[in-house]
Design a binder for this molecule. Structure first.
Ligand code: GAP
Length: 512
């Protein structure tokens, strides 16, 4: 009987990622910079796999979504029109003694206040007094809560003036809205359709925390899905998602202090808990994406924002949440942004950005029924957390294994010569390695015992290891070892590429 332990804490996860070269604190040799992270070779591969799988599923394989790649710094009026200059703020509180600054809602959540970010500034002040909250650093008294803008300001060009101020984008979404008309017209897109983007975003978070969960520089994968304003319920693909059963936590359940419910998506739509079926469809598609990449459905739920928690632009927002070692937290937000952004950009640019509906001969303001907005770092955390196992079978044979979906694994195949000093074995192994790396991310390792080499590959999620031994020289077969079952079988070298391709794509299962 194998005992399986999951990752115990976010601190353990951070040290696991550092030890294996996935992620390092940025600028660590100078003491590090909070909220910024650098990714090592395996981390960079995993990030690339996440992004290309997302792009593949939601852009490349769809006729109704096209992609763009917008600038990080854009015209400051974009951020004025979107409301970010005036309202993209977090509640900040200063310590009157040591002057340290803290995020007021986080401090309240730490003492058990739920959804504190939905509270007014006045209510936060009241609760800080009532719960006698002090500065976590020096135990000094706290001042009044105030709003703090999260955008990083920068100067464009050599002359410093009010008009040269711009911002590093805090979301990729606004580049989609401001380019809507170019993309729609040039690509002859017809409603309903989506525009997607993957790119860096920046927020000067007051207190970045929980490893990669809240960063100051991160990357978003976003889609704005535009529909005709009268047709937000006319999704033709509901059959694809109706049968999905998920953990759902409606705002009504939360307000009544009830538990989340396991319920079919079609019920949520029928009961009008999810109000627009296009939005329900996108929630389900994003939920499925995680499940199909191996995340346990028990660790996922959808939670509806409370009425006073929603962003200034949103009519209805659902988060996909994951059960992290520090509790259920937002993995992705899917907001119904209505016509808010396009109307704002028309008002501020004084340009007509409406869509011309050829069927009715009328112009309409495109309606964003769903904005799936996913952070790459949070997906990265989820895939590692969910696949991490410490296995102990009662003997000294303990192993740490990342049971990553093979499509996510940074290294797909490892090749080992049984002995590193045997010229024949090394030559044959290098030949096999060179052939395999034409097809897959392949790693060559000749140091340490075979057992240790397997363990190293298990720990970074490599699904298959190939060992070249004396029998290989005799009959051109190698040992293929499966990460999850640890079983081994012999495969002919000339069948290896096809066999591994079929295994990795899920067409066949590993069996002896
Ligand atoms: N365009 C909508 C938008 O940006 P958001 O809820 O502020 O909405 C969307 O962010 C997603 O971006 C989040 O669900 C999360 O995955 C990621 N994200 C937001 N802020 C982040 C931060 N400081 N660090 C890491 N990821 C973040």
């Amino acid at each position: 009987m194998v005992k399986e332990d999951k990752i115990a804490s976010i601190a353990d996860l951070a040290s696991f990622c550092k030890k294996n070269g996935f992620v390092f604190q940025s600028g660590e040799i100078y003491g590090g910079l909070a909220g910024f992270w650098d990714y090592g070779p395996l981390g960079a591969e995993l990030r690339n796999n996440i992004k290309s799988l997302w792009w593949g599923a939601f852009v490349r394989k769809r006729e109704d979504v096209v992609g763009i790649d917008g600038a990080i710094i854009t015209h400051p009026m974009v951020w004025k029109a979107s409301g970010h200059v005036d309202s993209f703020t977090d509640p900040l509180v200063d310590c009157l003694k040591c002057k340290e600054r803290h995020r007021a809602d986080n401090m309240l959540e730490d003492v058990g206040v739920e959804n504190a970010d939905a509270l007014s500034i006045e209510r936060m002040d009241e609760l800080i007094q009532k719960k006698k909250i002090k500065c976590p650093k020096c135990k000094g008294d706290l001042g009044n809560v105030r709003r703090y803008n999260l955008m990083f300001r920068t100067q464009v060009g050599p002359v410093e003036s009010e008009s040269s101020i711009s911002y590093l984008r805090p979301e990729t979404a606004q580049l989609i809205f401001s380019n809507f008309q170019f993309v729609q017209k040039i690509n002859r897109m017809k409603l309903p359709f989506g525009i997607a983007q993957i790119g860096r975003s920046f927020r000067n978070e007051i207190s970045p925390r929980n490893f990669l969960f809240r960063d100051r520089e991160f990357e978003q994968m976003e889609i704005e899905f535009f529909v005709h304003p009268d047709e937000y319920n006319k999704c033709p693909f509901m059959d694809e998602v109706n049968e999905l059963v998920l953990n759902a936590y409606s705002s009504e359940n939360q307000l009544k202090k009830q538990k989340m419910k396991k319920i079919a998506l079609k019920e949520l739509v029928k009961k009008k808990i999810m109000k627009a079926n296009w939005q329900a469809y996108w929630i389900a598609k994003q939920y499925y994406w995680f499940i199909e990449l191996g995340v346990s459905p028990d660790n996922l739920r959808v939670r509806q924002h409370l009425p006073d928690e929603k962003s200034h632009y949103a009519l209805d927002t659902w988060d996909i949440e994951y059960q992290f070692p520090f509790g259920w937290k937002e993995l992705q937000g899917i907001a119904n942004r209505t016509t808010f952004d396009m109307t704002q950009h028309m008002k501020y640019s004084k340009k007509d950005l409406q869509y011309f509906d050829e069927e009715t001969g009328k112009k309409v303001v495109p309606y964003v029924v769903a904005e799936p907005s996913q952070g790459v770092e949070r997906a990265f955390l989820v895939f590692i957390t969910d696949s991490y196992r410490k296995e102990n079978s009662g003997t000294k044979d303990e192993r740490v294994v990342l049971k990553l979906h093979p499509k996510l694994s940074p290294i797909k195949i490892a090749v080992f010569p049984l002995l590193k000093n045997d010229d024949n074995l090394v030559k044959k192994s290098r030949e096999i390695f060179n052939e395999l790396r034409e097809h897959f991310e392949t790693f060559y390792d000749s140091s340490g015992s075979i057992g240790r080499r397997y363990r190293r590959m298990d720990e970074v999620g490599t699904p298959y290891c190939i060992t070249v031994d004396h029998k290989t020289i005799e009959d051109n077969t190698v040992t293929v070892r499966d990460r999850d079952s640890m079983e081994q079988m012999r495969v002919k070298t000339d069948e290896l590429v096809n066999y591994l391709r079929e295994l990795l794509s899920g067409k066949i299962k590993f069996s002896k």
